[in-house]
Design a protein around this ligand. Structure first.
Ligand code: ZN
Ligand code: ZN
Length: 110
């Protein structure tokens, strides 16, 4: 006997917790912080659904779910980047402005 199973598990938004809480990691538009649920579908009919464990960000434009850390990482690194610190183009280490060569990787800074 051969049973051909058409279906799979999909993620769906269960409840929006905060609109525009983050940014989509692929298209850059606003993403909502959501509680999601997993839906098992067979022949395109939902047969079983259960809530996801953690909260995710969801982009409406590309229908993508991703963990908030991915979006948060971008914002924190952008804030932590001090503009008045000169950084080596090659190894990204902070170097003194009067240095002509990077002390970390030896690349020319000029
Ligand atoms: Zn997107
Ligand atoms: Zn360097």
């Amino acid at each position: 006997m051969f049973f051909f199973f058409v279906g799979g598990v999909e993620q769906q938004v269960r409840q929006v917790l905060k609109y525009g809480a983050g940014r989509c990691i692929t298209c850059g538009s606003k993403a909502d912080l959501v509680e999601y649920e997993k839906v098992l579908k067979a022949f395109f009919v939902p047969v079983w659904r259960w809530p996801g464990k953690e909260q995710l960000l969801h982009c409406n434009d590309c229908n993508l779910f991703f963990p908030p850390q991915l979006s948060a990482d971008r914002t924190t690194t952008a804030v932590a980047d001090q503009p008045d610190v000169l950084r080596c183009r090659f190894c990204k280490e902070a170097v003194e402005p009067e240095f002509r060569f990077c002390p970390f990787c030896g690349s020319s800074l000029s």
